[in-house]
Design a protein around this ligand. Sequence first.
Ligand code: ATP
Ligand code: LTN
Length: 331
Amino acid sequence: MKRMLSGIKPTGQLHLGSYLGALKHFVDYQDEYEMYAFIANLHCITVPQDPATLQKNLKDCVALYLACGLDPKKATIFLQTDVKAHAQLGYIMCCHTYMGELSRMTQFKDKQAKGEKNLSGGLYTYPSLMAADILLYDPDYVPVGDDQKQHVELTRDLAIRMNHRYGDLFKVPEPLIGKVGARIMSLNDPSKKMSKSDNNDKGCVYLLDDLKKARKKIMGAVTDNFANVHYDPENQPGIANLMQIMSSLEDNRPFGEIEEQFKGKGYGDFKRAVADDVCHTLETIQNRYNEVISSDLLEKTLSEGAARANAIANAKLDKVQRAIGIEIIDK
Ligand code: ATP
Ligand code: LTN
């Protein structure tokens, strides 16, 4: 069975973009692959966080992994900080990453270009830690949204570099970008991705949003004057985004079929149908979330997940430390 690994960094509440771009794929993949799904909590603190809010977001994130359908019997679900090897290999990877490579990563460049002050060293070296997150487990595939492809490519470069220098240490993983849902855009500015870091709440449907609120956000989504439900991301980005959302929620229904259904109908009808799909999905997730949060499944999942992940990660870390010459005693 091929192995797959991915993570989410819950710097805020998870939203429809996190679901369609990541979580939903994890769930689909867990039957076919040996799936490792972790919560990238070390990555959260690359930007300032309020500790109480962060704890709540982390807990909700684990609960939402389960509520969205990840099954701890099939997938290994764990918290990054429960496997100390991530930080340790992260440092080792950092020592093998060039400053030039880190400077080219768009996530850091974007923040710098926006003139954000006091960016942390952790944010700059984040891609090295992400490489460690991945390479510890030798996955074949890393499913991510298209904004993360650059980081997986750097991970490949680092794996190849270290294999070349020290012998065969790591499997070189492939990024896996879903065609549909790879980038869900903000509802009130379809030129930007739907994001929890976006200050404007109207553009983002959170998975735990009240259903009425979620419906209102979809109905208020920015569209255009063409009065034509047609998939044209260039000229009709708002409509294309809503079509993406509908298609993903309806088992990758072809855009042509959606165009056919709404031929000659107004945007109101179309948005109502999208809102129905979204609310239906949110309701299912929220019901399950409420069950999970009031049970002991969360703790059980994390402790079993950490045990399984530690076994693999610690063996890999040992192998790496021995190969690069920093380990001297047999463990
Ligand atoms: P955000 O911008 O909301 O803070 P992020 O991309 O920085 O999100 P994560 O929450 O860790 O951080 O993202 C988890 C996964 O979800 C990543 O693979 C990312 O590409 C994907 N993802 C996040 N937002 C979207 C989106 N709007 N559309 C599609 N995929 C997304
Ligand atoms: N960088 C990712 C989160 C992340 C990740 C990973 C994804 C951290 N480590 C390893 C896949 C594999 C993000 O910002 N979404």
